[in-house]
Design a protein around this ligand. Structure first.
Ligand SMILES: NC(=O)c1ccc[n+]([C@@H]2O[C@H](COP(=O)([O-])OP(=O)(O)OC[C@H]3O[C@@H](n4cnc5c(N)ncnc54)[C@H](O)[C@@H]3O)[C@@H](O)[C@H]2O)c1
Length: 256
């Protein structure tokens, strides 16, 4: 119940899915959570639902000025930021995303949110946590580890998140900032994005989920809380010796 007692966290993309489940678990463990998202309506409703320890702030992670506002909000409301979860992300635009049918505009749109958003978040968090320490958790994907031929831009973006995590971690360790930085790599998770992904394989979302036992050794799809629990570990002081690592949460998918 108190694994994050008195900690202050900022979770991006917190209106739904993994971000919402993470915010909920953080609050259950004693944290105050600044939940941010571009979906203001859903974000405000989610924060209201989670109670007094949650606060919503509209934020587009791909905009530098929005990061400045978010960090100012975290600083003004609390003693300072302890945890950042760079969770916001987008999967695709349209159905087919192979190297042949990905145009430059699509590529850039994906990198803008998934890579530049995480870059800006890491930069803002290092600035805010310097001198007090903290934990940054970047949400990548199994798509950073295995080839995703129908999601070329997405896979590349998640590989960039995986790689960016390590220099942030080592820089902060070299500087003795007390800031840890790790990445998390889920397989398909039952969220809106998970449904979008399943719909891309043959068009029928339910059939996509039904096929998971054939692709994932543990045979069940991940629920948002399964990912949130691993993020919680990395965010907490229990992971004080863990930095620059990649926590694969995939039911064994990449082990075969
Ligand atoms: N669901 C999966 O199968 C899966 C698997 C591996 C990794 N992931 C990663 O986990 C993270 C969360 O995914 P999810 O499944 O919860 O997705 P989701 O689509 O259910 O939720 C993503 C949230 O991010 C918000 N968002 C999108 N663009 C934004 C922006 N520019 N600024 C701020 N917020 C923005 C959306 O409004 C939404 O609330 C993503 O980074 C995703 O790539 C998901």
């Amino acid at each position: 119940m108190d694994r994050l007692a008195n900690k202050v966290a900022l979770v991006t993309g917190a209106a739904t899915g993994i971000g919402l489940a993470t915010s909920r678990r953080f609050i259950e463990e004693g944290a105050h959570v600044l939940m941010t998202d571009i979906d203001t309506q859903a974000g405000e409703a989610a924060a209201k639902d989670l109670g007094a320890k949650a606060r919503f702030l509209a934020q587009d992670v791909s905009k530098e000025e929005d990061w400045q506002r978010a960090m100012a909000a975290a600083a003004e409301e609390t003693a300072g930021l302890d945890i950042l979860v760079n969770n916001a992300g987008i999967l695709a635009i349209g159905d087919h995303q192979t190297i042949e049918d990905t145009d430059l505009a699509h590529w850039q749109a994906i990198q803008k949110v998934n890579v530049e958003g995480v870059f800006l978040g890491c930069q803002a968090a290092v600035k805010a946590m310097k001198g007090r320490g903290g934990s940054i958790v970047n949400i990548s994907s199994v798509a950073a580890i295995i080839g995703t031929p129908t999601l070329a831009a997405y896979g590349a973006s998640k590989a960039a998140v995986r790689q960016l995590t390590k220099p942030v971690a080592i820089h902060c360790a070299n500087k003795d900032y007390g800031i840890r930085c790790n990445s998390v790599h889920p397989d398909p998770v039952r969220t809106n994005m998970g449904d979008e992904l399943m719909g891309m394989y043959g068009g029928n979302v339910d059939q996509g989920w039904d096929a998971i036992p054939g692709r994932v050794p543990l045979k069940t799809p991940a629920e948002p809380v399964d990912i949130a629990n691993c993020i919680l570990f990395l965010a907490s002081d229990e992971a004080r010796h863990v930095t620059g690592s990649e926590l694969v949460v995939d039911g064994g998918m990449t082990a075969i």
